[in-house]
Design a protein around this ligand. Structure first.
Ligand SMILES: Nc1ncnc2c1ncn2[C@@H]1O[C@H](COP(=O)(O)OP(=O)(O)OP(=O)(O)O)[C@@H](O)[C@H]1O
Ligand code: SF4
Ligand SMILES: [Mg+2]
Length: 320
């Protein structure tokens, strides 16, 4: 049984200007100790998937349908009180996109890491202080940092702090949403090394989200590529990264500098991401796809297995 199984998840935002189909029928699994990478352009629905897995879609968002099965238990319909008591931070935690800039400026780092331990973990104040030291060391920080305030820390140090917070109650699943994006390259590499180390040492499962496939390929065992609220390609990380099948994945890879393989000219993906209030019919990528042909703007391509465990949703691979 996988640690997490997400089946046909739909999460929509009910805005005044229409219903945004941000996540529209997404399925994936995360095995124990496995890291799933989720890639895709801005607005493709990555963060919405992350919040949905925590069963806390940001308002005006709502999980419309689908199952989120954690350790055999469907948590989608669980009561808010039960989610708080049993699931969040204990079983699934999240390093939110931009979380390091959301640390509270008026409290010390130590206080902020200790708070969830006391609130959700049943720690006494004394025990929490000890645990804070341990956690800071675990993420490569000097324990004396506990006495400092967020503004006294560098970006990389703050990001380590939010990672420590996510690990505080040792959840089996950690979601990291763009954990390196706002950092300079050197610090980015340090944070990636930290996450890799934690993954091996703590055997945690991770959902690692980034718009940058090259960064994802460094940690992920499996990659899901999202476009316009759907998964368009899904498979073993090395396969998706070195032998991408979907036209969108191919363009996404050409739009970033590659760490492996021959040097290629960088290209931009033409056009703009779809308006998810009114997504294009058929394949959502068809207005931007250089390979589009007859069925693409009419019928939605099914996600089919093209090689073992490697799935693609594109008419170039599917039989009609
Ligand atoms: N609170 C909200 N209210 C209304 N629409 C939203 C809200 N949050 C996200 N959306 C819309 O949902 C879609 C998916 O957004 P989401 O934040 O999940 O994308 P993302 O892939 O995480 O993008 P990024 O790479 O920029 O973080 C977008 O069209 C976005 O405009
Ligand atoms: S289904 Fe058609 S439009 Fe969509 S990616 Fe494949 S070829 Fe391009
Ligand atoms: Mg996001």
């Amino acid at each position: 049984m996988p640690l997490l199984e997400v089946r046909n998840l739909k999460t929509y935002y009910y805005t005044l200007s229409g219903v945004v189909k941000a996540v529209d029928g997404v399925s994936f699994t995360v095995e124990r100790g496995e890291t799933l990478g989720i890639a895709g352009e801005s607005g493709s629905g990555k963060s919405t998937v992350a919040f949905s897995v925590m069963v806390m879609p940001p308002p005006p968002g709502r999980i419309v349908s689908g199952d989120i099965i954690l350790d055999g238990e469907n948590i989608v319909k669980m009561k808010e009180s039960e989610l708080r008591r049993k699931i969040r931070w204990k079983k699934i935690s999240m390093v939110f996109q931009g979380a390091m800039n959301a640390l509270n400026p008026v409290y010390t780092i130590g206080y902020q890491i200790a708070e969830p331990l006391i609130l959700h973990g049943g720690y006494t104040k004394k025990e929490a202080e000890e645990r804070v030291k341990e956690l800071l060391e675990m993420v490569g920080l000097d324990p004396t940092i506990a006495k400092r305030y967020p503004h006294e820390l560098s970006g990389g140090q703050k990001q380590r702090v939010v990672i420590a917070m996510a690990l505080a109650l040792e959840p089996p699943l950690v979601i990291a949403d763009e954990p390196t994006t706002a950092l300079d390259v050197v610090v980015q590499a340090q944070i990636m090394n930290l996450l890799k180390k934690l993954k091996w040492e703590k055997k945690i499962s991770m959902i690692f989200i980034s718009h940058d496939l090259a960064v994802i390929a460094e940690v992920a065992d499996k990659i899901a590529v999202m476009y316009g609220g759907k998964i368009v390609e899904y498979g073993p990380a090395d396969k998706v990264y070195t032998e991408p099948k979907h036209p969108y994945t191919r363009l996404l890879l050409k739009s970033i500098p590659r760490l492996r393989g021959p040097i290629e000219k960088l290209e931009y993906i033409p056009g703009v991401p779809p308006d998810l209030r009114n997504p294009p019919p058929g394949c959502r990528f068809h207005p931007r796809c250089p390979y589009r042909f007859d069925p693409c703007d009419k019928e939605e391509p099914p996600l089919i297995e093209v090689e073992k465990d490697h799935y693609v949703a594109c008419w170039l691979y599917a039989k009609r």
